[in-house]
Design a binder for this molecule. Sequence first.
Ligand code: PGA
Length: 251
Amino acid sequence: MAGNNRKFFVGGNWKMNGSKDSINEICGWLTAGDTADTDVVVGPPTAYLGYVQEKLAGSGVYAAAQNCYKVPKGAFTGEISPAMIKDIGCEWVILGHSERRNVFGETDELIAEKIEHALGEGLKVIACIGEKLEEREAGKTEEVVFRQTKAFKDKVKDWSKVVLAYEPVWAIGTGKVATPQQAQEVHARLRTWLSENVSPAVANSLRIIYGGSVSASNCNDLATQGDIDGFLVGGTSLKPDFVEIINARKA
Ligand code: PGA
């Protein structure tokens, strides 16, 4: 969809990586880098969320929680709530990441409930979807990503606080990036689905970002695709190359 006003968005998902020392380094090059034309959000492990939030304050780069639960408080050992994320000044949360789905067994329904609660509490959400290799090989990519997005649709009232991350599971952490054509095809189909099932306005304004082995060497070609509005980056978000990905549109 050419001629859109969607601002480029790049998220960094640090997963369960980092220490105070490595985070000091990352925040150093991140805040020194050119991030002006892109919305940039990084997700540290929960233990460091407040630390990173304070380090990035005023820099124009924002911190995100990697997960949260679906109620404000209570007897849910090990969980954190959107209210807590907001309380430390953080505005973003990543929900539905494939590792939450596939390692920790989170269902479409639970993820949608978490998104509903997080949005209701005033957070912004990076909502993740994506098919596994066997689903792609069985020709089920669309069926899977439409089903995952439909679960969100049933709970989301205001899409302006959502960024949709398409991350094919076979591309995550494997070094096997989707080709620009493969990613663009799914993004375009998602936009059509959103137009038909949510509204043309949401389809046109929602940022759909790609994730899965994005690197400094493949980001420029991906960024030229009309329906790819940015990236969700894992491994490379821990390295200075991340700044090149943030500026992929400028190259
Ligand atoms: P990767 O991870 O960039 O290391 O493939 C992407 C993600 O899990 O968001």
